[in-house]
Design a protein around this ligand. Structure first.
Ligand code: DC
Length: 644
């Protein structure tokens, strides 16, 4: 069993400015260019993570000199350094960029090289690039499976010229050939024979090469590098735009705002385009030259989008869309099945595990936004699975991420940065009153709220409103998914009146028919998580509140500073209800209360029970005023303490 990280949900909306580590993609391009350049380069903002350590190791193995401190390094290019006589091993570990950028460079650099990586990388494809390099005269031999690492490369000066390459498996093949092209005597023209995925990454490669003095032309299907050497330069690596997607995603699922500093309109990273998708879903996006901010109020809406150009953010979008309303369809990303894991399959499987409807489509996935259920998310040793699905844990209780350490591939400090977004807990001015039917909660809560000058929330009425909507919509009470769907869709307004989908149901929610099914509908976990979310959201908008129900002190607000559990004998409770209702005998009511007591206290999710730290009040023979007076003084003392 690997380690797991349980994500503790955020209490409310986010309000944060974030500084992120450098772009992995840009770091590895810059490091490689500096390693084969003439002279020295001074680089700052380098990401320090497994994938960039792999590149740092690789460039030193081929003879570049690296002096690094923190996220800065001075790299002196290998230039015309002696070609090694011995076989040199280059271990790309798990890094796709390191392996696909190094392979063409090794093929074009005299020496006897072996390129390998860890098991996951050995399963990833290299065929297109090997084929293209062989057509240029490279000497590459597979030491294991065809088209896979490990490879033995007998590097030699290559003339270059013209080469054909597929563009629909990974753009890293094209980027690698471009990066190696200045090492070829005649330069290189690459013709892409298929649709090109992730073009922005190719543009990034060209942009970095230009910064090192190399002339690169990017056409629709043709990419041309003129002969000429890289020249060392001073360069700052941008913050990582793919990593930024998790924080824009956090604002999207929690509401509030996140501004990523140092990433702006001039960015050379395609993944900054992720925020445009969020904008389509309803987020407000503000782009400046040196920052991008996403702010969200309310629930985003599902979207249909082609993510072939920003596929590294497709998993982030899956998490965001799982909390949005309606259907989301992501297309154009069939090729990400060849990444760290079969990413489309992984996303769909884990969403399903969390209770979200999702399917694999021809070239992506489709999902219906909803409410998650608790689960341990499998991450398949894919950093992006871990970081994306963590977002769902910010929203709902009970989500854990398996093997959280896999984020070190590209973002070792991810969990700390995510934690730094956690809103400071504002003073929680809540009184939690729980207890069984007829224990007097409602009466006490109403009077207490009036005394304290705060609002009262009868959560039982909310569960009743859902049961009423279930009856009204005609869905089968036994159909758990259909009932959960009603709970998600129904619009409940609770003031003095209870208005359900625009209809005043204040009286109807107390009907015998509703009472008969409410224990069953409120035992459904997806119904509970939706209502708990709404209850917390409501409290977030109040300055103090009294809530009564069955699970307020145990589940909804386990941190409430005042908790009371009200009880009374079944006989007393039945008599109270008998006095309030018509058309039922005392015996019927007593039987009904016993049945509901049993159902509410034996259900698996949030059973009715007193919180360990609740005060127990037997209301059988105490006056309401007396109980209220006791609770008022308790509350005033506790709220003052919270505030101090
Ligand atoms: O308090 P009441 O009788 O109006 O509540 C109606 C039903 O709602 C009750 O049978 C259990 C359920 N309920 C719940 O499960 N959790 C709450 N916080 C409040 C009520």
């Amino acid at each position: 069993m690997s380690e797991q990280r349980r994500i503790v949900p955020f209490d409310g909306p986010i309000d944060a400015d974030v500084v992120l580590p450098g772009s992995k993609s840009m770091s590895n391009r810059v490091l490689l260019a500096a390693a084969v350049a003439r002279g020295s380069s001074s680089i700052s903002g380098i990401l320090r993570a497994e994938d960039t350590e792999a590149m740092l190791g690789a460039i030193q193995a081929v003879g570049a000199i690296v002096e690094s401190t923190g996220d800065s390094a001075v790299v002196t290019g290998r230039g015309a350094s002696d070609d090694p006589d011995n076989e040199v091993m280059i271990d790309a570990v798990q890094s796709g960029t390191t392996s696909r950028f190094m392979l063409p460079v090794l093929a074009a650099t005299p020496g006897n090289w072996v390129l390998t990586g860890d098991d996951q990388l050995l399963r990833r494809p290299f065929g297109n690039q090997i084929e293209a390099l062989r057509s240029l005269g490279a000497d590459i031999a597979e030491l294991g499976e065809p088209d896979r690492l490990p490879l033995q490369i007998r590097g030699r000066r290559l003339a270059g010229g013209r080469v054909l390459l597929r563009g629909d498996v990974s753009s890293q093949f094209l980027s690698g050939l471009l990066l190696a092209a200045p090492l070829m005597t005649e330069g290189l023209a690459i013709e892409v024979t298929t649709e090109l995925v992730s073009r922005p990454y190719v543009e990034m490669t060209a942009s970095v090469m230009r910064r090192f003095g190399v002339d690169v032309g990017c056409g629709e299907r043709e990419f041309v590098v003129a002969p000429g050497a890289y020249r060392g330069t001073d360069i700052v690596v941008e913050p990582d735009a793919s990593a930024a997607s998790y924080f824009f995603g956090a604002a999207s699922v929690m509401g509030g705002r996140v501004k990523v500093l140092g990433l702006g309109t001039d960015s050379i990273q395609g993944d900054v385009g992720f925020v445009d998708v969020l904008e389509t879903m309803g987020a407000t996006v503000t782009k400046r030259t040196d920052s991008i901010e996403v702010s969200v109020s309310g629930r985003l809406a599902g979207v249909t989008v082609d993510m072939s150009q920003i596929s590294d953010t497709a998993q982030t979008l899956a998490a965001v869309a799982a909390t949005a309303s309606g259907v989301t369809e992501v297309g154009g990303i069939g090729f990400i099945q060849g990444k760290e894991t079969r990413r489309v399959d992984a996303v769909v499987r884990e969403l399903n595990r969390l209770g979200i409807k999702a399917d694999v489509t021809e070239d992506g996935f489709r999902l219906v936004g909803g409410v998650t259920r608790p689960a341990v998310v499998d991450t398949y040793d894919d950093h992006r699975m871990a970081m994306s699905f963590a977002l769902l844990g910010l929203v709902s209780e009970g989500i854990s991420i398996d093997n959280p350490a896999c984020v070190t591939k590209t973002f070792p400090s991810f969990w700390e940065v995510l934690e730094s977004l956690r809103p400071e807990r504002s003073m929680l001015k809540v009184v939690a009153l729980d207890g069984p039917a007829g224990s007097g909660k409602s009466t006490v809560a109403t009077a207490l709220a009036a005394e304290l000058g705060v609002r009262h929330f009868d959560t039982g009425a909310m569960y009743r409103a859902v049961a009423y909507a279930v009856l009204d919509s005609g869905v089968d009470v036994e159909d758990v998914d259909a009932v959960a769907d009603v709970a998600r869709r129904v619009d409940i307004k609770m003031d003095d009146r209870v208005v359900v989908d625009g209809v005043d149901a204040t009286t109807a929610i107390r009907s015998h028919e509703v009472t008969a099914i409410v224990s069953a509908t409120s035992a459904i976990p997806a119904v509970r998580s939706e209502l708990v979310r709404l209850q917390r959201e409501w409290v977030g908008q109040q300055d103090g509140a009294v809530l009564d129900g069955r699970d307020i002190g145990t589940v909804v607000f386990p941190d409430a500073p005042v908790k009371a559990f009200l009880t009374a004998s079944v006989e007393v409770r039945a008599e109270r209800r008998f006095a309030e209702t018509t058309g039922q005998t005392l015996e019927d009511i007593e039987a009904d209360i016993e049945r509901r007591d049993h159902a509410d206290s034996t259900r698996t999710t949030s059973p009715l029970k007193a919180a360990d730290d609740a005060i127990i009040i037997d209301t059988s023979d105490r006056a309401v005023a007396d109980i209220v007076a006791e609770l008022v003084s308790l509350t005033r003392a506790a709220w003052e303490e919270e505030g101090s």
